[in-house]
Design a protein around this ligand. Structure first.
Ligand SMILES: [Zn+2]
Length: 277
């Protein structure tokens, strides 16, 4: 009897998973148990805390020229994103500039909440086209709901371990399932997410009027950085060479989509230390 209840429980979970499938902007099936809206709400809370904490610890960057430049570049990318995916016009598109010259990194979480570390621009000496490629990639993660997908994957992992534990009452098997789920589902999925962000990023950058060749050049600059832990743009890729090749292919694929005139920048809120508070 107990076994029947357990089997019904597992079957119910599987049915729930199947009902939660969505399709990403590049046509890939995604498992979204956590909804994009829930991920946006959660990210908004965390982001607001990050902005407050950076402001109170004097970690917002005081650099009017960079604030204007980042606002203009992300504004052009977002203008194109909103045109292609109109639901994102309701997002609270923002970028915070973090005073951290050692960290060559950037991010965009669910709902278009971005961050740029000052080390991204200073350590890599990025031009506008290269900065557009990095921010396009990060925006690609948000457009494709990767935060919701990652939250969903970790929920599936926890439930799969629980289900195997219930079925077998064997802790070792449950632990093995835990490891296999990480290797078999979580890691390839994050590689898939990086490839997808590269594709959406290239599409946005080219359509916003930026040079597609900058994808490969910025990638090379990241790859040439000495001995750091890998920044987000470098993360979870199986091999450095294959990504360089792929960025070159994507540049070829989207090169013809450059607009006659770049779009007017969309109003993006820029959080920086303007010295007024
Ligand atoms: Zn990424």
């Amino acid at each position: 009897m107990l076994k029947t209840i357990k089997s019904l429980f597992v079957a119910g979970l599987l049915a729930g998973f199947l009902a939660s499938c969505a399709t990403s902007p590049t046509g890939r099936s995604q498992l979204l148990i956590v909804s994009p809206e829930a991920a946006i709400q959660r990210s908004a809370l965390t982001y607001a805390e990050m902005v407050d904490s950076a402001a109170s610890s004097d970690k917002l960057l005081n650099d009017p020229a960079l604030a204007e430049r980042v606002g203009a570049i992300t504004g052009r990318l977002v203008a194109r994103a909103v045109e292609v995916w109109p639901h994102t016009a309701g997002w609270n598109w923002s970028v915070m500039l973090i005073d951290d010259p050692d960290t060559p990194n950037a991010f965009c979480t669910a709902g278009g909440l971005m961050g740029v570390y000052s080390g991204l621009v200073s350590r890599l000496d990025l031009n506008d086209d290269e900065l557009a490629q990095v921010m396009g990639h990060e925006i690609g993660h948000a457009i494709a709901n990767h935060t919701a997908e990652k939250m969903s994957m970790s929920a599936v992992q926890r439930i799969a371990v629980l289900a195997v534990g219930l079925e077998t009452e064997d802790r070792d098997l449950a632990d093995l399932t835990n490891s296999l789920t990480q290797l078999g589902v979580l890691l390839p999925n994050s590689r898939t997410a990086e490839r997808e962000a590269d594709q959406i990023g290239m599409e946005l950058a080219v359509q916003a009027g930026y040079d597609p060749a900058a994808g490969e050049s910025v990638w090379q600059k990241f790859a040439d950085l000495p001995g750091d832990s890998p920044p987000e743009f470098l993360s979870t890729h199986p091999s450095r060479e294959s990504r360089g090749d792929r960025l070159k292919q994507l540049a070829q694929q989207y090169r013809g989509q450059a607009p006659a005139n770049p779009p007017e920048p969309y109003p993006v809120t820029v959080h920086w230390d303007s010295g007024t508070n």
